[in-house]
Design a protein around this ligand. Structure first.
Ligand code: NAI
Length: 419
């Protein structure tokens, strides 16, 4: 464990407990896990953002009887106090390095350290833990009964692994469950990426132009929230259906070549690479804010920005560096082009992580219950888990819904009744 500063434990514990207040579904699962111990004797390796919300997931797995080792999934997103609290107060092994240390060697060293637990279950966020298991730590695979993947980018990699025949374990696609994708990606990313932009730039968005690259689950949330704050929103896309959807939702759709010159704020959430390139940097406005909400730091060409700059003013704003270009234009880059809501903000509010992490906890229990009987492959979150998590959240919010009558169920099941 590389992060264990005792003076941080109190503030980390307070942060974790604060987040827990807004995570009623996970809390309920934790108390059931503590009583039933469905993960007794299981070792779990996780690679996730070391945040208060993740801490509550790790506590839940530990309450279920698991030994948990957590590696940081992004060097810049680690909350040092949360890491300290996890080790000291919640008995979770944390391998996060120095939160200011963004070096990849440390990142992979942490992943190896988490794998050293000899996992039965692996919980990943972008597939680096699972790929490391399948490439450098193959001796551990026979003990692994399954895993979960949290994010869209990881699922793209996981499916590619499965197509090529490389995947040797069953992995639950938590990232595509209704309760994760709709709420975490859309409402969580929508709010928290903008929160990071506002915190770092202190711009009034009303009356300004925000360019959102990618109108997927995340992009539609960012676009809607930016519009709600009074910005004019331009969407860029490569998918005709999604471009049409954005248009019919009232947004202007343009190629990035046109959009880049108009944006006061440019936000990438595509899961793709090279979305803002040298050509676009030549067009951006003086004072433009660049933020990436996609998982990896390949969406904005940060090297090209550095090469074009005559001066870089580090930390000119919280979580943001200013690049001064040769012609005097200034560009504010959030979180070095890494995932901005975590690198320059506090990440998703716990309310949304409650759903995704309730899915993770229940999917982990489901895998443990299957006891290694599942074939290697990518599995949907069982529908009953998705429904139970949504129901739990509605219950916690004291929101009732209707129950279909027997005749309604029969009507929806029948094909004989026409007009
Ligand atoms: P998605 O697949 O629903 O949407 C991505 C969209 O980007 C698609 O509509 C695609 O057509 C479009 N796109 C791809 N290449 C493009 C390009 N060159 N220019 C313009 N548009 C392009 O994916 P989702 O769920 O919205 O996730 C996007 C990224 O955000 C992924 O990397 C995912 O891992 C990450 N993510 C980040 C979160 C955060 O907290 N910041 C939370 C959840 C996901």
């Amino acid at each position: 464990m590389t992060v264990a500063e005792p003076d941080l434990v109190a503030s980390g514990t307070a942060r974790v407990e604060w987040a827990d207040r807004a995570m009623p579904v996970l809390r309920e699962i934790r108390s059931r896990f503590a009583a039933e111990r469905p993960l007794a004797g299981k070792r779990v390796a996780m690679c996730m953002h070391v945040t208060a919300e993740t801490a509550n997931l790790a506590r839940t797995l530990a309450a279920g009887g698991a030994t948990v080792a957590l590696a940081a999934s992004n060097p810049l997103s680690t909350q040092a106090d949360t890491a300290a609290a996890l080790g000291a107060a919640y008995d979770v092994g944390v391998f996060a390095g120095d939160p200011t240390d963004a070096d990849m060697a440390t990142y992979y060293k942490n992943i190896h350290a988490a794998l050293d637990v000899g996992p039965h279950l692996v919980l990943d966020d972008a597939c680096d833990l699972i790929t490391t298991l399948h490439t450098e730590r193959t001796a551990l695979i026979d003990d692994v009964i399954g895993g979960c993947e949290q994010t869209t980018t990881g699922l793209v990699r996981l499916r590619a692994m499965h197509r090529s025949g490389a995947l040797r374990i069953p992995v639950v696609d938590v990232g595509s469950s209704g309760t994760k994708q709709l709420f975490d990606n859309t409402y969580g990313t929508g709010q928290s990426v903008l929160e990071a932009v506002l915190h770092a730039s202190n711009l009034l968005l009303a009356g300004r132009t925000v360019v959102v690259a990618g109108y997927g689950y995340c992009g539609r949330g960012v676009a809607a929230r930016a519009a709600g704050l009074g910005a004019s929103v331009i969407v860029t896309e490569i998918d005709p259906l999604r471009a049409l959807d954005a248009t019919l939702n009232g947004f202007t759709v343009l190629p990035m070549d046109d959009a880049a010159r108009r944006g006061d704020v440019i936000i990438t959430v595509t899961g793709n690479r090279d979305v803002v390139t040298t050509e676009h940097l030549a067009l951006v406005r003086d004072g433009a804010v660049l933020a990436n909400g996609g998982h990896f730091d390949v969406e904005i060409d940060v090297r090209a920005l550095a090469a074009a700059a005559v001066e870089v003013r580090r930390d000119v704003r919280p979580g943001a560096d200013e690049y001064v270009l040769a012609d005097g234009r200034r560009v504010l880059l959030l979180a070095s082009g890494r995932v901005a809501n975590l690198g320059a903000g506090e990440g998703h509010p716990p309310d949304v992580m409650d759903l995704a992490f309730a899915d993770q906890a229940l999917a982990t229990e489901w895998l443990a219950g299957a006891g290694g009987s599942l074939e290697a492959g990518v599995y949907d979150v069982p529908a009953e888990i998705d429904a139970a998590v949504a129901r739990g959240k509605l219950g916690a919010m004291s929101i009732g819904i209707d129950t279909p009558t027997d005749s309604q169920i029969a009507y929806l099941d029948a094909w004989e009744q026409g007009s």
